[in-house]
Design a protein around this ligand. Structure first.
Ligand SMILES: Cc1cc2nc3c(=O)[nH]c(=O)nc-3n(C[C@H](O)[C@H](O)[C@H](O)COP(=O)(O)OP(=O)(O)OC[C@H]3O[C@@H](n4cnc5c(N)ncnc54)[C@H](O)[C@@H]3O)c2cc1C
Length: 497
């Protein structure tokens, strides 16, 4: 099949709907349910992009006569990485960068894990050569399966928040956190929950080995990696309150189209067939899986490109507001727009540095450089909050006084047209723009984006610690030590002066 169309995606979703619950009820068909249908169709639009004649060569690649999504290309050269990066940015533009978990993100994970599949045979529970329990073969096959069917994946890494002072095994019930209950002839039974999975409107869920396991034991029921369809018996997704509240896209330009949803995931004795198991019981292997396969770097590379597109959208919106109300002559206004430009250029520079500094890893994959990507994924979450704040500061009351489409068509329509026009545009155009700024920065959709940016790649506190731990500080220690030992005086000063 490969590189599917939007219609194929919708048909598949209709045929095998994920087990979603919203507002206390099962979503029977996510392509028609009021809270999910627009998102499902937006995803379909994203799949259609790759079949557009003008974008086909940029968004897909050809292998053995088949076309596949560019995000699944195994990069062998820096040029490959550049092609992948461009595809990420084009696809990110589709949602102005507000779809955090478009399928590209998990594709990067699956691509790298598939290429580095041998890692999974280091696991003692793997049976190399066994048609079902060879974890490396399972990972490789799964990666090909995702590619061949152009699947849409969600994932969930963290355990429920119940008590962060305790390990999963110390909680009141050993299966609050997702754990293995037993092995059976057909596979493993897993029970518990994971929090949380963005984009549950997906074909499959990948439970990739978590990076946050704190278990000390060599063998832990909480260390695992597997994938199952999102409609597997016993698996349910409890979604949060929807942000698509049925408003016209003119009124909620982002929330009405790109509510990717977040869900916590309940596994009620789910059977995972052996063919879908990638790792079992090994805490150390589980904790290192993202780093050892370099999946984390390919995912971070997708993220950097996505955030470039998102920052460009903030810049375009900010400058449009400035133009609309004629505030561009004020120095502090220029300075605020300049702040966005600086952020954008920093992210662009980090993308270039990651790509130019790329090296081939032990699995033959051209892998973007870690330093710039670590910088980007620590920098952006810390700075992002300033972007919505800048829109608020530039838009002021305009960003809240925004009569909607129905108001514009109602009895006060003529007055709205007169009093809410812009210096350079009609009231209708101005209100559309300010509604976009509001959805980016202040609506419930915009608020969720702010939280998402803080945490989507992990807890910022622990990410800083991880950077501190892995960064090679040795050369700089040596330089300072050597400087302190240097006894000579500046040139021209005699030794006995
Ligand atoms: C909108 C949104 C979407 C998300 N989507 C996904 C997704 O698609 N897939 C996915 O896997 N995850 C997703 N996440 C989850 C994300 O990975 C986590 O939020 C992140 O890893 C932090 O974990 P937590 O939320 O459980 O916070 P916690 O770990 O419970 O942290 C809560 C607070 O306690 C502090 N804390 C807890 N433990 C420690 C510690 N050991 N040391 C220092 N401080 C500590 C934290 O710093 C923080 O202040 C999403 C999160 C959000 C907010």
């Amino acid at each position: 099949m490969a590189a599917i169309t939007g219609q194929q995606f919708l048909n598949r979703l209709r045929k095998n709907p994920p087990t979603l619950y919203i507002d206390g009820a099962r979503v029977e068909d996510p392509t028609t349910h009021p809270a999910t249908r627009n998102m499902a169709h937006s995803l379909a639009g994203l799949y259609d992009l790759q079949n557009r004649p003008d974008l086909r060569d940029k968004l897909t690649f050809e292998e053995n006569g088949q076309r596949y999504p560019m995000s699944l290309l195994v990069p062998r050269t820096r040029e490959d990485l550049a092609r992948i990066g461009e595809a990420h940015r084009i696809r990110a533009d589709y949602s102005l960068g507000f779809l955090g978990r478009a399928p590209d993100y998990m594709n990067a994970n699956v691509m790298a894990a598939g290429a580095g599949a041998n890692y999974f045979n280091r696991c003692e529970a793997s049976r190399p050569g066994d048609p079902r329990r060879d974890f490396a073969a399972n990972m490789r096959r799964y990666s090909e399966f995702v590619r061949d069917h152009d699947l849409c994946l969600t994932h969930a890494l963290t355990n429920p928040q119940v008590n962060r002072a305790k390990m999963a095994s110390e909680l009141p019930d050993p299966y609050i956190a997702l754990g293995v209950v037993e092995e059976r002839e057909e596979g493993i039974i897993v029970r518990g929950a994971r929090m949380m999975a963005t984009l549950p409107i997906a074909d499959e869920i990948l439970i990739f080995p978590s990076t946050v396991l704190k278990e000390n034991a060599d063998k832990s029921r909480y260390a695992m990696g597997f994938a199952v369809p999102t409609n597997t018996p016993g698996l349910s997704f409890q979604c949060r309150e929807p942000f698509d509240v049925g408003r016209d896209p003119e009124d909620h330009p982002l929330g009405s189209r790109f509510d990717e949803q977040d869900a916590f995931v309940i596994f009620d004795d789910v059977l995972v067939p052996w063919e879908r198991v990638f790792l079992l019981y090994d805490v150390e292997l589980a904790n290192k899986a993202y780093a050892a396969t370099d999946a984390v770097l390919h995912m971070a590379y997708q993220v950097v490109n996505l955030k470039i597109a998102k920052t460009e959208a903030f810049l375009g919106t900010a400058q449009s507001i400035v133009n609309a109300i004629g505030s561009g002559g004020f120095q502090h206004v220029q300075s605020k727009v300049a702040e966005i430009i600086i952020m954008l250029e920093i992210m662009r520079a980090l993308e270039v540095a990651a790509r130019e500094g790329a090296t081939v890893n032990e699995y033959g994959v051209m892998t973007p450089a870690r330093g710039p990507l670590d910088a980007a994924r620590n920098y952006y979450p810390a700075e992002y909050a300033r972007l919505p704040e800048l829109l608020q500061l530039l838009g002021a009351s305009g960003i809240i006084m925004m009569p909607g489409k129905a108001d514009r068509e109602g009895p006060l329509g003529p007055q709205i047209s007169k009093y809410l026009q812009a210096g350079n545009a009609s009231a209708e155009e101005r209100l559309k723009l300010f509604r976009l700024a509001w959805d980016m920065s202040m609506s419930s959709f915009g608020g969720r984006q702010s939280l998402y940016e803080k945490f989507f790649f992990g807890d910022p506190v622990r990410m800083h610690s991880a950077l501190y731990e892995v960064y090679n500080k040795g050369p700089y220690l040596e330089r300072i030590s050597a400087f302190l030992k240097r006894a000579e005086k500046p040139e021209g000063v005699a030794a006995d002066d």
